[in-house]
Design a protein around this ligand. Structure first.
Ligand code: ACO
Length: 396
């Protein structure tokens, strides 16, 4: 046996010290670079603060999928394709009707999973890129249709003259949004379009790595995004600001939460040890929107005050761990300013992240490598089979 092989056999499988795969590199990607210590995010080579407030969602998705910005004819073609797929298959609409009472993220997961129902296309005839376009178009349509059905309203038929962000707002409300509202939403959707190997993106990559398809990957990713430690925080973050109600109560309310062992939603991050750079981009977008008459300026000022108190208390509470503002805090404020109710915050995050999920799925599919980590067994190996009739308190 060679020395190298002997060493490989005797080396224990590396495990992340705190669990949760913290710090473990599990993929190579050109899609986004998350620099936790520097508080920097690069999306397909572009600094976040430069690309997110300027690109349309179509340009952002094309950039992630193709690794370059589209030429005018390519952008027009992508817009045409998205218009076609924005109309949901009747079977999906029927399902959403039946699921009108469901949680919006559950409805989104069901809607995505049912995208192939009633269609004739065989898996072999589908292309990963075609699925990516279909998903990018369908996810906002599913969210909007379910939202309206839950309120006892009929879904709005998509128009063919609106871009991705405007079409989503139109399908939610039935009204064509003003350009500054479309811009604010597009900035948000671009800001959250991709973020390294976060839990839902990892889920999507694991699914595709088995040779499965993009629709399955996005259905799984939606399930992962639903949890409060990932995409479910902006609703509770806004609830906290509303519960505080007045800046003078911020210290008391937040201190009580920390004393009860609760986490302050919208703060802390697995990777960032400084302020989440997405918080800055969204805070600027929120400020522009509120200045232009969108939303409640008083709430915006209250949120700024709450943020400062929360940061001070978190520094006291965990002096050895830098807990700073994350993307969810200003997500809540921006989406609230756009008139979206809290139950749409996480589904709207999914609308933005679909660009990244599909881009990672395409990237993963191109590697062809199955993701299959190891687990350290912590159970016992000395149990013996006991038939059910012989099992008593001593022998299970
Ligand atoms: N409020 C109070 N304490 C906190 C917070 C917080 N927001 N975040 C972390 N801590 C504390 C933890 O209680 C823990 O203390 P302990 O060591 O005494 O147990 C310590 O800081 C380290 O926390 P971990 O959970 O180990 O850190 P992790 O990297 O797993 O957490 C997470 C990251 C899940 C985002 C966490 O900061 C959190 O729960 N934040 C609130 C929820 C939130 O805002 N989620 C959205 C994240 S952004 C996104 O996913 C898009």
């Amino acid at each position: 046996m060679s020395t190298a092989t002997a060493e490989a056999r005797s080396t224990p499988v590396p495990t992340a010290p705190r669990g949760g795969l913290e710090g473990v590199v599990a993929a190579t990607t050109r899609l986004s670079h998350v620099e936790g210590e520097a508080g920097r995010l690069t999306l397909a080579g572009h600094p976040l603060a430069e690309i997110a407030p300027h690109a349309s969602c179509e340009e952002m998705a094309f950039l992630l999928w193709e690794d370059r910005l589209p030429k005018p004819d390519e952008l027009a073609e992508l817009r045409r394709e998205l218009v076609v797929h924005r109309t949901l298959p009747p079977a999906v609409l029927d399902l959403l009707r039946a699921a009108a009472g469901a949680d919006p993220m559950d409805a989104l997961r069901m809607g995505v999973a049912a995208l192939d129902a009633g269609t004739d296309s065989k898996p072999a005839e589908r292309t990963p890129r075609g699925d990516a376009v279909r998903l990018l178009a369908a996810v906002p349509s599913i969210v909007a249709a379910h939202h309206r059905l839950a309120a006892g309203l009929e879904p709005v038929a998509p128009r063919d003259d609106l871009d991705h962000a405007a079409a989503y707002l139109h399908q939610l409300t039935g009204a064509v949004p003003a350009p500054e509202r479309t811009r604010a939403l597009a900035t948000y959707l671009n800001t959250v379009s991709d973020h390294g190997l976060n839990a839902s993106t990892f889920t999507a990559r694991v699914i595709v790595s088995t040779g499965s398809d993009l629709v399955s990957a996005v259905a799984g990713a939606v399930g992962a995004l639903k949890g409060p430690l990932h995409g479910g925080a902006p609703g509770p973050a806004l609830d906290t600001v509303l519960e505080i109600g007045d800046a003078s109560r911020a210290e008391t309310v937040l201190r009580q939460k920390l004393e009860r062992g609760e986490r302050l939603m919208g703060f802390g991050h697995r990777v960032y040890r400084v302020r989440d750079p997405r918080a800055d981009v969204l805070a600027a977008a929120a400020e522009r929107l509120f200045e232009n008459g969108g939303g409640d300026r008083g709430l915006y000022r209250l949120a700024l005050a709450v943020e400062q108190v929360a940061l001070r208390l978190l520094r006291e509470h965990k002096p050895d761990r830098r807990l700073d503002t994350n993307v969810e805090f200003y997500t809540a404020l921006l989406l609230h300013g756009l008139g979206l109710p809290a139950e749409l915050f996480t589904p709207t995050f999914a609308v933005g992240r679909t660009a990244g999920w599909t881009a990672h799925a395409l990237e993963q599919a191109a590697t062809g490598r199955l993701i299959r980590p190891a687990a350290e067994y912590s159970g016992t190996d000395d149990r013996r089979w006991v038939p059910v009739e012989e099992r008593d308190g001593r022998r299970l």
